[in-house]
Design a protein around this ligand. Structure first.
Ligand code: SF4
Length: 391
């Protein structure tokens, strides 16, 4: 009689949506060094920015929620000293993790954005929060047929995501009637919504990306897939306290307080039809902006809050088909990462094994691998005239 042996124990590969999948899509080789190899970045500017604004909103919500539970109303807007105290606290926390703003200008910009986020966005955002920082997981079939040099026994992989905010909404609820965020969300959704539903909110420490690009999928598509995948993971979660997810909402926080270069980019995108929320092109307004910029005014004047909110909020409706498509896209990304891992194992070479798929010059500009990366020295080398003009 033949005795069967127990099959070898193996662990499921685990992929986080933001750290792994979006990290790889930003650039495979950068992901290999920074996330897989845990090589700390010499100037983690974007990381500080994103963490700082997330931290300020979390801390603000914690204070708002504590007062609400105590039966008191303490909704923002809040006075400057209180916002400064929240910013100090978050800055210290990040400093303890080795994250610093690296320059006074960056720190000032972060604090100003935090103030605007707390005072212009949070009054509409905080009353909607049902749960914050919700960890979601699910398992998917590992697409082994698409993986070259596969080195694992696993047939499944784990997908992990952390949702910034889960909201519970009820149509016709009187306390949401004047909420500007709710109005923007409902305007973008079909009318046949269930009476109670959930919307997933995700903060992005960046400006609204253009929706049309000259090559391949870009941040517009990728972040859309991200919230669709969150919706799927929420859908399969074993939680009695949940309603159907009808949409994911991306909150592009830089739009609440843009810099001159953000305004310049917005004007360019509006002129070329690459943004879905353009400015109406008024030559006189552009002339005034140009004069202010020439006089070295530090930041552009703020547009009315309704327009800034419209730029900041992107609603991604969710249904079975859109979730399926997003999941398949991320399965493909997992196959690409597994292929890179497998190739590196087989040939023992890092640079040649990993995709160098940086989607924009900004990613390369902040990358520590620039000095040895073959793609930076070819595709991304600055070219004459080297300075982007302002419209
Ligand atoms: S320089 Fe650009 S292409 Fe090269 S590893 Fe860095 S981000 Fe990727």
């Amino acid at each position: 009689m033949e005795l069967q042996t127990r099959s070898k124990v193996y662990t499921l590969p685990s992929y986080s949506l933001t750290g792994d999948l979006l990290g790889f899509l930003r650039c495979g080789l950068q992901y290999r060094y920074g996330t897989v190899g845990q090589l700390p970045s010499s100037h983690p500017v974007q990381l500080w920015f994103g963490q700082f604004i997330h931290g300020v909103l979390e801390e603000g919500y914690r204070q708002f929620d504590a007062a609400r539970r105590g039966g008191k109303g303490d909704a923002p807007p809040w006075p400057e000293p209180r916002v400064a105290e929240i910013c100090d606290r978050v800055e210290k926390r990040l400093g303890a993790q080795g994250l610093f703003p690296w320059s006074h200008d960056l720190k000032d910009l972060g604090r100003m954005r935090a103030q605007v986020a707390l005072n212009d966005l949070a009054p509409d955002l905080f009353p909607l929060v049902h749960q914050a920082e919700v960890r979601l997981t699910g398992a998917r079939r590992l697409p082994v047929e698409k993986i070259q040099n596969n080195f694992r026994n696993a047939d499944r992989y784990e997908m992990v995501g952390v949702v910034d905010v889960l909201t519970h909404m009820e149509l016709g609820s009187p306390h949401l009637a004047n909420n500007r965020l709710v109005r923007l969300i409902l305007d973008a959704l079909p009318e046949n919504l269930p009476p109670k539903f959930e919307v997933i909110l995700d903060y992005k420490g960046m400006k609204r990306p253009p929706f049309k690009t000259s090559r391949g999928p870009h941040y517009w598509d990728i972040y859309g897939w991200q919230v669709q995948t969150y919706a799927h993971l929420r859908d399969v979660q074993d939680d009695e306290d949940r309603y159907p997810v009808v949409a994911g909402v991306l909150l592009y926080l830089n739009e609440l307080f843009p810099t001159w270069s953000d305004v310049g980019e917005l004007l360019r995108q509006s002129r070329t039809g690459r943004t879905d929320v353009p400015v109406t092109f008024d030559p006189e307004a552009v002339r005034v902006l140009r004069t202010k910029r020439a006089r070295s005014v530090a930041y552009p004047p703020l547009a009315p809050i309704d327009f800034r909110l419209k730029r900041a909020v992107r609603v991604v409706p969710v249904d079975k088909n859109s979730m399926k498509e997003a999941l398949e896209r991320f399965d493909d990304v997992v196959a690409r990462i597994e292929t890179c891992h497998g190739t590196e194992r087989k040939h023992g070479r890092v640079i040649a094994s990993w995709e160098r798929n940086a989607m924009d010059e900004g990613t390369c500009a902040a990358c520590d691998s620039r000095t040895w990366c073959p793609d930076f020295t070819t595709d991304m080398r600055p070219r004459v005239p080297g300075v982007k003009g302002w419209p």
